[in-house]
Write a protein that binds this ligand. Structure first.
Ligand code: FES
Ligand code: CO
Length: 326
């Protein structure tokens, strides 16, 4: 599975404190924990002694302690203490084999198999003029690719987000360009007429979007308002969508907002995103099949669906299997 060689978000970085946390990625149970140095670790959620869930344990002296017989594992995965045999020095074979784990974009990322890849890029990350706020995670009963495709899709705005991101009287989609990139694809010249495109909108605006697919289960949008249509000409909002494929038909999604607004409380920014996402969720969960069909004959397409068709071709070319059907 090529997707095992990509980095995926598995938890909010802030969720890893003084206790281990259970997570799931590509159908595997993981335990996440933070050591005394603050480094994050992702291991199979199964003690190599008798198979108990390590996420039921606790963190003590910078070690992960199993809840069943108290074996303690150091950050390298090596078992360093067996309480039933205090004088015993566990050999190198008494260890947990962990996965690569790191923090980026306020999330914990895990890669199950070695490869020369990076977590998906988020260009706004290094821009100090933009404030970053994470929204979610949203647990959704559908595949990660269905979620990415929905994010790239503007022709649902007039219906699913009527009065917010669209209006049925303005449902037409002007043609736009799509080109492949090394990590996915880019769509440019994506225009949308929006009644309430963000928290601060006071009037409808014609908004231009740029979309990018930055990995098999991640995407990015940059909102570019036309000059003169907003009181904030500098406004260049970016939203990253980062998805954890829990199971083939169950996903966890985060949005990372990069906004010029440093005033509004986090909760207010999140509430707007929650509202929009709750509008999407019932429709997303109703789509059948829940896997994304990669066979072009399986569903009907128009030129308005260019971006989603290109995304399907990208997944197909990459050889992705999790969350898709052929
Ligand atoms: Fe974990 Fe025995 S099962 S210590
Ligand atoms: Co939507």
């Amino acid at each position: 599975m090529i997707e095992r060689q990509h980095w995926h978000p598995v938890a909010s970085a802030g969720a890893l404190g003084t206790a281990p946390v259970a997570a799931r990625l590509l159908g595997e149970d993981l335990v996440l924990w933070r050591d005394a140095q603050g480094a994050v670790h992702a291991w199979p959620d199964r003690c190599p002694h008798r198979g108990a869930r390590l996420s039921l344990g606790r963190i003590a002296q910078g070690r992960l302690e199993c809840a069943y017989h108290g074996w303690q594992f150091g950050p390298s995965g090596q078992c360093v203490h067996v309480p039933a045999l205090p004088a015993f020095t566990p050999p190198a074979t008494h260890c947990v084999r962990g996965f690569a784990a790191r923090e980026a974009h306020g999330l914990v990322w895990v890669r199950l198999e070695e490869a020369e890849t990076q977590p998906p890029a988020f260009d706004a990350e290094g821009d100090a003029r933009l404030r970053k706020v994470n929204c979610g995670p949203y647990e959704v009963a559908t595949s990660a690719p269905r979620l990415v495709e929905n994010f790239l899709d503007r022709s649902h705005f007039a219906f699913v987000h009527e009065g917010w991101l669209g209006e049925r009287g303005a449902a037409a989609i002007e043609d736009y360009r799509v080109e492949p990139t090394p990590t996915g694809l880019r769509a440019t010249g994506c225009k949308a007429w929006q009644p309430q495109s963000n928290l601060h909108s006071t009037a409808p605006a014609q908004v231009e979007y740029g979309y990018e697919v930055t990995g098999p289960y991640s995407a990015l949008l940059t909102k570019i308002p036309e000059r003169g249509t907003t009181a904030l000409p500098e406004w260049r909002e970016a939203i990253g969508l980062f998805i954890c494929p829990l199971d083939p038909e169950r996903s966890l999604a985060w949005f990372r907002l990069a906004v010029a607004d440093f005033e509004s409380p986090d909760a207010k920014l999140r509430a707007f995103q929650d509202t929009i996402f709750r509008q999407d969720q019932p429709v997303l969960e109703s789509q059948q099949p829940r896997c994304l069909p990669l066979d072009p004959r399986a569903e009907l397409h128009t030129v308005a669906d260019r971006a989603s068709a290109a995304y399907r071709r990208y997944l197909s070319g990459l050889g992705i299997t999790f969350g898709v059907c052929r």
